[in-house]
Design a protein around this ligand. Sequence first.
Ligand code: ATP
Length: 202
Amino acid sequence: MKITRLRLLGFKSFVEPTELVIEPGLTGVVGPNGCGKSNLLEALRWVMGETSHKSMRAAAMDDVIFAGTTGRPPRNSAEVTIFLDNSARLAPAEFNNSDHLEITRRIEREAGSAYRINGREARARDIKILFEDAATGARSPALVRQGQIAEIVNAKPEQRRRILEDAAGVAGLHSRRHEAELRLKAAEANLERLTDVLGQLN
Ligand code: ATP
């Protein structure tokens, strides 16, 4: 799935509605220091489900909302939308009825954030798996943060394997397996309780 557009509203320094068209081929973002280049990459990671405010260079997740400047009041919400070309139908089955996917994450001050896929409410889990299956996501090795190369060089073998698995698009399978294991544990606990109750009845 190709990312075709990114739309920001009230995210960090992008207080005005801003739309970035990502054409096929190489896209470069250039600009003076502090103009918001890293904020753009963070917006991309954030809409794909980033949960760590630290990796957004923020003291709390609310700090991704435009904080105001002299003469411009702060905003109370921020929204980022990513547009994906799904003409190859690579999205999970439940979202595969459309050529285009529009994924939005919106945060309200002190109320947390919520996701929508093509206008319908979605869970963070749906977003995570959708991007993992597409071999990308908030933690994708394709989005290289400052200092990340050194981290990879110094990483332990298991951490490096994780990076390769992310790139190969099998991370979604790990998430599904983890969920299945949790459900299995819950079923086992229920079974145990049932056995106890049956024991008391006999
Ligand atoms: P460099 O080339 O130095 O790495 P850059 O172009 O990557 O810079 P960013 O780090 O993306 O720039 O943007 C930093 C700017 O974003 C700063 O001016 C900072 O004040 C502004 N900024 C960050 N968070 C917010 C926020 N919540 N509200 C308003 N402005 C913000």
